[in-house]
Design a protein around this ligand. Structure first.
Ligand code: PLP
Length: 613
């Protein structure tokens, strides 16, 4: 059972000796890093960032595009920006910039705070692209960036923005930022994030508006600043055909605008959308193309159009976000509980005289073997149905009901154990029918919001025990008080996990490919915050080191963010303890001390009876 790691892992992660290891340096096992940080006192979910993976992905973008630029003797150049909306966290942005120094790799911003991040952290001479709706203040920031000597392009989403640029240009004078035009294509993307393209999309200029924009730019003497056209047809474009269609449309628009007098127009920004393979199952691939095919198609199509129309081959500019960021982050969550584990032999309270069906269940439990396992399992489930009906009708008592539940669970576990080495379709049926519920110390709303909102799947697997067959079909529950906080077992993409005794050993699951969008979209439902994060880098000997830590917020900080007066909260709690007649005076100091200890912790579960997590 490799949990499809060869499908989604891109050789960033591999399995060695039954553990998931990072395919870098001395190939440390993620579980060993988890143990390391837990020994340092960090409990609850943790997020690991691996900057070397960012570097690898940016390098492969440049390598593939440059390969086809060379192969097709294309005269334009390739460069790229990272769209900050995909991940604006400081330990992401700083390491991304550090790892891509020396390449023309910049940042894309879609709001004023993102633009400030870009202006502060972009590598020298690398591009800043500003997309999204802009007011005069945001446009002025663009002019300030140009005056700092930065290579900035303001992409116009509507004609009113162009009018504001003209106004600010008059007020602030040169140097001016470059200007880009976002075009509204007829072509649209595909899949759940496809709304960014198409004639009804929220963004971009129609043909009529493009011609008007050209007229304004000429009239105002700004035509030489028009350097780029931009389109974006949506995220996670799973098929190549919509990309090709959009390229043909955009390529021709570029050529037409050039011929109409935009002589400095030399770049096509093809937006984001390069997809990531999230599937853990061979039959459910989410992408039908490779980066090679994508790069080859882009270069080839743009060359063809430029040559046919007799215009220069444009520089190619890409804003891939998900492709660059998704795999750099792994979320590790401790399993807190397996719900059926409360059912063990000690919980049986058999009486001297039990109802006959319970006696039969007991007999089934004691005589079940490999040959009769399936039959006995079916019998026990039938008996359970009947016994629960008898309870509802008042014929058996709570002790009998307890014995029913315990015996049936013991039979299920025993039969799965007996059948585990047989590849019986019956076993599969049983597993589909009877799932184990794993309680995980994390919040789906905070850490996998796209699963909650859109049903987006993320690869998930245990970090060790990969040399042991997992036997339990698993439903995953988070710790929010919300029934949406569940990843239910799905027979079409089944997840099997191990039957572990958490009193004796820890068990951790890794959620992979969570580095794009999840952190920025995550919400503090129930006030569960961003988990503690660690940046993992490698030294020259190939040993891993923890380079940076940002701890999850403590409880008072979370309340402070909601604009509570935390001093008042502290005052009130202290006063309540001091005024209480129920706490002896000599214990009050200790109670206050304990309270402060909890207030200084993060919101995730820390100590659970019966579990090491
Ligand atoms: N560029 C723009 C304008 C976007 O809106 C987006 C996100 O949808 C991106 C780039 C990044 O897309 P992706 O993460 O799919 O590469």
């Amino acid at each position: 059972m490799d949990y499809g790691i060869k499908i989604w892992g891109g050789y960033d992660f591999i399995i060695e000796d039954g553990k998931v290891v990072i395919n870098e340096g001395n190939r440390p096992a993620i579980i060993d890093i988890v143990k390391d940080v837990r020994e340092q006192g960090f409990k609850g979910p943790v997020l690991f960032r691996f900057p070397h993976i960012l570097k690898k992905h940016v390098n492969s973008l440049f390598n593939k595009f440059n390969k086809y630029i060379k192969e097709y003797e294309y005269s334009g150049k390739f460069s790229s920006v990272f769209p900050l909306k995909v991940n604006q966290y400081p330990n992401f942005v700083k390491y991304l910039m550090e790892k891509t120094k020396g390449k023309n790799y910049g940042l894309e911003a879609g709001s004023k705070p993102e633009l400030i991040i870009a202006m502060s952290y972009v590598n020298e001479k690398c591009s800043i692209v500003v997309n999204g709706f802009k007011d005069k203040e945001m446009i002025s920031l663009g002019f300030i960036s140009a005056k700092m000597g930065q290579n900035i392009t303001l992409t116009i989403e509507g004609l009113n923005e162009l009018e504001t640029i003209v106004e600010v240009a008059k007020e602030m004078g040169p140097p001016y930022p470059n200007i880009g035009l976002r075009i509204k294509l007829h072509s649209s993307g595909i899949g759940i994030w496809a709304k960014s393209g198409g004639i009804n999309s929220k963004f971009g200029l129609t043909s009529v508006e493009l011609i008007e924009a050209l007229r304004i730019l000429k009239e105002e003497g700004l035509i030489d600043y028009l350097t780029m056209i931009h389109f974006h047809i949506g995220s996670q474009i799973s098929e190549i055909s919509p990309v090709k269609k959009a390229l043909r449309e955009a390529g021709n628009i570029y050529a037409e605008l050039y011929k109409m007098g935009a002589k400095n127009l030399k770049k096509i920004d093809i937006g984001g959308g390069l997809a990531v393979e999230y599937s853990q199952h061979k039959t459910l691939h989410s992408i039908n193309y490779t980066l090679d095919e994508y790069a080859s198609d882009v270069v080839f199509l743009l060359k063809m159009i430029a040559n046919n129309k007799g215009v220069p081959e444009p520089d190619i500019f890409i804003e891939a976000g998900r492709y660059v960021a998704a795999s750099h982050a792994v979320l590790v969550v401790p399993v807190l509980e397996l719900f059926s584990q409360e059912y063990n032999e000690q919980k049986l309270c058999l009486k001297e005289h039990n109802p006959p069906l319970i006696e039969e269940l007991y007999e089934l439990y004691n005589t079940i073997n490999e040959k009769n396992a399936v039959e006995f399992l079916h019998d026990s489930l039938d008996h359970m149905e009947s016994l629960l009906t008898l309870f509802d009708l008042g014929y058996i008592d709570l002790i009998d009901r307890n014995n029913t539940e315990v015996l049936v669970h013991l039979i299920i576990r025993k039969s799965i154990e007996l059948l585990k080495n047989k590849n019986l379709s019956e076993l599969k049926d049983i597993q589909n029918m009877i799932q184990e519920r794993y309680l995980l110390n994390f919040s789906i709303f905070q850490s996998l919001p796209d699963y909650w909102g859109l049903g987006q799947q993320f690869p998930v697997m245990p970090l060790d025990k990969l040399d042991i067959s997992p036997t339990r079909s698993a439903s995953l529950w988070d710790i929010t008080c919300d029934s949406d906080g569940e990843i239910a077992f799905d027979a079409d993409r089944p997840l099997f996990l191990h039957d572990v005794d958490l009193k004796k050993e820890d068990y951790f699951l890794g959620f992979f490919l969570v580095g794009a969008y999840q952190e920025t979209l995550g919400m503090e439902h129930n006030l569960f915050t961003h988990p503690t994060e660690f940046v993992i880098t490698f030294d020259e000997e190939g040993n891993y080191k923890i380079d940076d830590i940002i701890e999850a917020q403590n409880i008072l900080d979370v309340l402070d963010d909601l604009d509570y007066d935390v001093k008042e909260i502290e005052r009130r709690l202290k006063q309540n303890i001091e005024d209480s007649d129920l706490i002896p005076d000599d214990e009050k100091k200790d109670v206050i001390g304990n309270l402060y200890l909890v207030l200084s912790e993060n919101c995730y579960l820390k100590t659970i009876a019966g579990s090491k997590n």
